[in-house]
Ligand binder design. Structure first.
Ligand SMILES: [Zn+2]
Length: 221
């Protein structure tokens, strides 16, 4: 198994663990995410278990061990710093950086990663609002809520976009909905499954609640 394959598995398991904390990750979920057959995934997972990176229980799934988690967070750190670098320094769009980062994350050295981190001012989130783990493996947690739950009359700041398909990100970019944007909720229509939003420049548009549910906003304490 090559290093980049190991890294992709650990990263994917880590993302699934963050989605459903405390649950074991099933082979089917990993297979779907990595676009592989369950048989291939099970063989790989057994090898990772032999290396002490995951804890595998047949029929119930897998969790990362301490060393597996450390490695996974390292890969996520590289991935997210690269994405931010590509957007801020290279001028790429946030909808096109993911595949680029998928390749570069396996190629750059630790020194390169640290230089990017320093150059960008030790950022805490990537262009999509995903937290960037620190070099010590710490991940910041934020109080965030789904935009779909915000009531009419409230003003919120976009913090994170959960659906990172190029299509969805391009759509949000056209509307001006990015982390850091301030939006005022004019109306939430549960019957029509849509909400009317207004950006600070006064532009109004409507967004389906399904799409709004994939956008997280900062929660004031
Ligand atoms: Zn990202």
């Amino acid at each position: 198994m090559t290093t980049s394959t190991v890294e992709d598995y650990l990263k994917q398991i880590s993302l699934e663990e963050q989605r459903a904390p405390g649950d074991r990750v099933g082979m089917g979920r990993i297979a779907a995410a990595l676009e592989l057959t369950p048989g291939t995934v099970t063989t790989m997972i057994k090898a990772l278990a032999d290396s002490g990176l995951v804890d595998y229980e047949p029929y119930s799934g897998v969790v990362l061990t301490g060393s597996g988690r450390q490695l996974a967070l390292h890969v996520l750190r590289r991935h997210r710093l690269i994405e931010l670098f590509l957007v801020q320094i290279m001028g790429m769009s946030w909808s096109e950086v993911h595949p680029e980062a998928e390749r570069l994350e396996h190629a750059i050295s630790e020194r390169f990663v640290e230089l990017i981190d320093e150059m960008l001012g030790r950022p805490s989130v990537d262009p999509h609002g995903d937290p960037i783990p620190t070099a010590g493996g710490k991940v910041a947690t934020f109080d965030q809520a789904s935009l779909a739950r915000i009531e009419a009359g409230e003003t919120v700041v976009i913090a994170r976009v959960v659906d990172q398909s190029a299509e969805f990100l391009e759509r949000l970019e056209r509307e001006g909905l990015k982390p850091g944007s301030t939006v005022h909720v004019i109306e939430t229509d549960r019957v029509a499954d849509a909400m009317v939003l207004e950006l600070s420049e006064g532009i109004r548009f409507s967004l389906g609640l399904r799409a709004a549910a994939k956008i997280l906003v900062e929660v004031a304490r």
